[in-house]
Write a protein that binds this ligand. Sequence first.
Ligand code: ATP
Ligand code: MG
Length: 807
Amino acid sequence: MDAKQNLFFVPILLLLCFSTTFHFSSGADSISTYGSLSGDKTIISSGGNFQLGFFKPSNFSKYYIGIWFKKVSAQTVVWVANRERPVTDKYSSELKVVDGNLVLYEKGIEIWSTDTKLKSSSVVAVLLDEGNLVLRNGSSNTTVWQSWDYPSDTWLPGANLGYDKRANRTQVLTSWKNSEDPAHGSYTYELDPIGNQYLLRRNRSQEIWNSGAWDGQIFTNVPEMAIRFLFNFTYISNATGDYFIYLLVNSSSYITRFVMDYNGQIKQFSWLADEEKWSLIWAEPKTQCKVNAYCGANGVCNDMSSPFCNCLPGFKSRFQKSWTSGDYSGGCKRIMELECDKANTTRRKADIFQKYTCMKWPDNRQAISTENAAGCKSNCLSNISCTAYAYYENSCSTWDGDLFNMQQLSVNDTNCRVIFIRLHSSDSSNNNEGIISGIVGGSIAIVLVFSGLLLIVIRRHKSRKATKIERGAEGTMVAFGYKDLQTATKNFSEMLGKGGFGSVYKGTLPDSTVIAVKKLEGVSQGEKQFRNEISTIGNIQHVNLVHLRGFCSEGNKKLLVYEYASNGSLDSHLFNPKKDESLLPWTTRYEIALGTARGLVYLHEKCRDCIIHCDIKPENILLDSYMCPKVADFGLAKLVGRNFSRVLTTMRGTRGYLAPEWISGGAITAKADVYSFGMMLFEFVSGRRNSEQTRDGKVNFFPAIAANVIMGRGDILTILDPNLNQVADVEEVTNICRVACWCIQENEHVRPTMSQIVQILEGFLEVDMPPDSRGLQVFIDNEDDIVFFTDKSSSSSLHIQSNPTRG
Ligand code: ATP
Ligand code: MG
């Protein structure tokens, strides 16, 4: 090349250099041929939603090419290119388009490629605003490859997740190995090849959970799907493939993602911009310990502990490194292997059995016929492969080989059982609960006592420390110290409200999470029962239920720590909207009613033990930043103990929602909640309390008025909240009034169940004309009786409720 040619090429080279730099200055969304991405350079999608570049998980020394949310302050990676082959130096690595492929090189060696084999010089990689990286052939403007076809662990709105018929390829979400390692983990989430449902599996073979078939609206195992709320699911089956997509209804600011978590749960999160954190809005399996064999062989799962998995004493993790990084699937192995008796190879030496109380039994129980517990034990001892036995309700159960799915439970759990685990005779890990079949010498006993004491001291020290430690952000319960909550609430200075069981204060945890702290008054439960109830409530998670994050129990000081609902309670929106709050439109009211009903279905039917709320009213329906309803204060009845019904029946704010059986002394069933819910439904329609005095001093009992109208005596829109200016779906208003009338029937057997109500509100069930309720007729026929519901004295309330059949 002569000097003249050099003069000619230099400007071109400069131009090329300039254009390369241009591509990676902030705002560039693409990498073209000749361009490359290296070091700290990134590209950003055109609307600024996503960013692509090198990233390094916090405790890792190596780098990956990934896509993450640009508008989310906590870096959240949604896609990783080189999951199995990280690079060591991002500056000597580059991502570039070569021969129509997008390729990642480190020091010139190919690490990862899209493998598109499209020999074209006009291919460009563009990061789209939906989080999809596409490779486009510039000449024809066709998409030749896209990251959405090869998802990592995340499913974003708009992306297909199913089966691509043309490419004969399934899009599979595969969990990371652990929270730090993007390599392929054990759990996958994909469309079932034989049906329109999703499968969550381990190692693509063992089914952990399935969504149930798609019925056009919901997956049958996901009745709580908030389809009418924030996003729409659509099933598409055509020549190109079978897949689902979900699209946001109000996409402008809502950021959400489904993720196949490394812990085996499929989760949906939404980003709380105000609080700058991800909020878990849905997960399956519901709790960690429900993930089949999550703690591997001989591991014990505990939803209340952190970490969730522990090895039984006498066992240690099989793969220590994976175990400490949060991958428990390897399980636990014996510290001292069981030995065979040398004289008789079919018998074990005199082993010992360690007793465990309150365990969920492992899988594969065998029922053995023995006369008593001693027979059960000796049956196990004499069986070479028997590793555990239990004697419960006069029947003997034994287990062989490795034990899977053991779970530590709280004492009031119905699955709480005793089990005896076989250990080597000289295993020193047994504690004073263990039953020792060998002879233990006095000196050993003394050593044991001392080590036992030492253990207790250490445990106490640890547990004290634990109360100070905030556990994971995704919802395990925390035992707070009173002082911590004093600090968090600035000495209980910002009161959110006061109810029958105490006052609620706003607070902020050291990690900036905003909380609501309820200081309980008059708790009559003992400490143990209190903690058991707490553990039950804390385990309940549903998008429409307020999550209990933790508690404090120091002597008489009993406090509950809840997630904070930034839009407060429903009553303030419905009855006294503040100036800066917009009026709740009818559609939102309907959605709040539906969400609340779903939350109640969960409490009544889906929890391990049915929970009757007992105090449904607008004050206990909280609204999060998306106006998603969350039922508050469930489980309080058992927590508070004997004072509960007394407080409830004498409490002003609650009385108008109480079912007659509360006062008449009849048994309280889930139908009592149905009654209260019905009362509340009327208030969605009217926008005021059911029994409210008008300016001219007249008292209108709205349920009676509504009942009158739906019997065909008037236009439904005329009874609607006047603030709505008759803007509402007539069919929905009629439906709600009809359902409400059914709910407040005196005879609880006539009232619908909450799941029937959900089906009606979802449009799956039709609701008939309600019977002319005698209770309601009272108000229609006799205006004097209306007074009973507005009179604030408890005696008049008792009067009407104790004469429910009058009229
Ligand atoms: P009850 O004692 O029968 O539940 P209540 O709901 O009026 O009656 P509290 O539960 O003590 O009384 O709550 C008082 C108020 O505090 C609620 O009405 C609500 O406005 C507010 N509040 C309670 N919990 C939260 C929360 N988690 N987030 C935001 N506000 C809350
Ligand atoms: Mg409350």
